[in-house]
Design a protein around this ligand. Structure first.
Ligand SMILES: *Cc1c(COP(=O)(O)O)cnc(C)c1O
Length: 399
């Protein structure tokens, strides 16, 4: 389907099924197949010169992609109304790094949310610092107050909403409006919500980043990242991506494309099950607080209610009392929750989280220890039974 044919009123669930399946890329195959390539052969010199003029969505050289990558990238663009285009990366971290390098240069200042994903934070204190970019961390709940932090050298504001460890929901529209008024570029790590539950470009974001490793791939079997650009940021993103030689393998892009077709139904189930489990946890005496953006105890919940159209399956709980050993007793005996990083696959996961050393703008001062849960596609009642046994172990170890 071409851009012009698309119904402006079309619902995202339909777009998930139809997007990126251009006839010239699929050749009639339902899900765009894997096209592997390094060398592309030209008909003659004139053909080579012609294709060199604009390599976007044109077979030119393997590093610039094939229809396998273009199809997924195009589908992600279609899910973000107002976006210009999308590029793919070998991981979410590569997407974050490339997007930041696309907009920053020595002497610039970056405003980074204090609740950022740990490797994003490490990039600020590592490579970006080495390149002469200074970072100031800001309170995730700063909202329009970001205007007061924007100085002469501020070039970019990076957001992650909600924070993937501590779940503060940011006022993205207010931050984007303040940044735009000063000519500052905005970047958002939108991995938790995906464009299905938060339309980043429409809300004013210049560069919207996904760790496709999570919900897009959805099966914990491939690493992949994406950056979707507003028209204002597209040429910079594209140039930097090409210069860094960034490229996502066609096999991994294909897994992303395959995962995307079912992302709507998977997310709906993650949402329903996670809410059921989170509400149950909120009633247990061993839990001091549930950090789930769709529940009122989560900082920024009102912003979630205003701006988001759904919630995914990742949230946190603050334990009531206990120590590290009691938390480990809870986690170690769980039958259905794997202990592991990443999330967004079909299976439930759990990790202990200790955000305090990762904070510099606002200290982390929760009532107790934090546990992060990803609620997978198992029956939520089985997950609740597993957690009930875990809380009993916690209670026994804590007393
Ligand atoms: C996992 C994750 C990333 C990084 O993605 P990888 O594909 O693992 O490199 C970035 N941001 C958030 C919020 C994540 O959860």
């Amino acid at each position: 389907m071409s851009e012009g044919e698309r119904d402006a009123e079309q619902q995202p669930a339909t777009t998930l099924v139809t997007a990126g399946r251009r006839a010239e890329w699929t050749q009639g195959i339902v899900n765009p197949p894997v096209w592997r390539a390094s060398t592309i052969l030209y008909d003659n010199v004139a053909d080579l010169k012609e294709r060199q003029k604009d390599t976007h969505h044109r077979l030119y050289y393997g590093r610039r992609g094939t229809p396998t990558q273009w199809s997924l990238a195009d589908a992600l663009t279609e899910l973000e109304p107002g976006a210009e285009a999308t590029l793919l990366y070998p991981s979410g971290v590569a997407a974050v790094a490339t997007a930041l390098l696309a907009v920053l240069k020595p002497g610039d200042e970056l405003l980074m949310v204090d609740s950022a994903y740990e490797p994003t934070r490490a990039l600020c204190g590592g490579l970006l610092k080495r390149l002469g970019v200074t970072t100031r961390f800001y309170d995730p709940l700063v909202g329009a107050g970001i205007a007061g932090m924007i100085g002469e050298n501020t070039r970019a504001v990076f957001m992650e909403s909600p924070g993937s460890l501590t779940f503060e929901v940011q006022d993205v529209p207010a931050i984007c409006a303040a940044a735009r008024a000063r000519g500052v570029t905005t970047l958002l790590d939108n991995t938790w919500a995906t464009p299905l539950y938060f339309r980043a470009i429409e809300k004013g974001v210049d560069l919207s980043i996904l760790a496709c490793t999570k919900y897009v791939v959805g099966h914990s079997d491939a690493m992949l990242g994406s950056v979707t650009a507003a028209p204002s940021a597209w040429s910079k993103l594209r140039q930097t991506t090409y210069q860094l030689g960034q490229h996502a393998a066609p096999d991994d892009a294909w897994l992303g494309s395959r995962g995307l077709r079912t992302m709507g139904v998977r997310l709906a189930q993650h949402q329903a099950s996670a809410l059921k489990v989170a509400r149950w946890l909120g009633e247990q005496p061993e839990i001091a607080r549930v950090l789930h953006p769709a529940l009122p105890d989560c900082p920024g919940h009102e912003t979630w209610a205003r701006d988001f159209t759904g919630a995914s399956g990742l949230f946190g709980v603050v334990l009531n009392g206990g120590d590290d050993a009691a938390r480990a007793a809870l986690i170690d005996g769980l039958r259905l929750f794997g202990i592991g990083f990443s999330w967004g696959g079909f299976e439930s996961l759990v990790v202990p989280a200790d955000p305090a050393p990762l904070r510099s703008a606002v200290p982390w001062s929760a009532e107790g220890l934090l546990v992060r849960l990803h609620i997978g596609l198992e029956d939520p009642d089985d997950l609740i039974a597993d957690l009930a046994a875990g809380l009993a172990r916690f209670r026994a170890a804590a007393s």
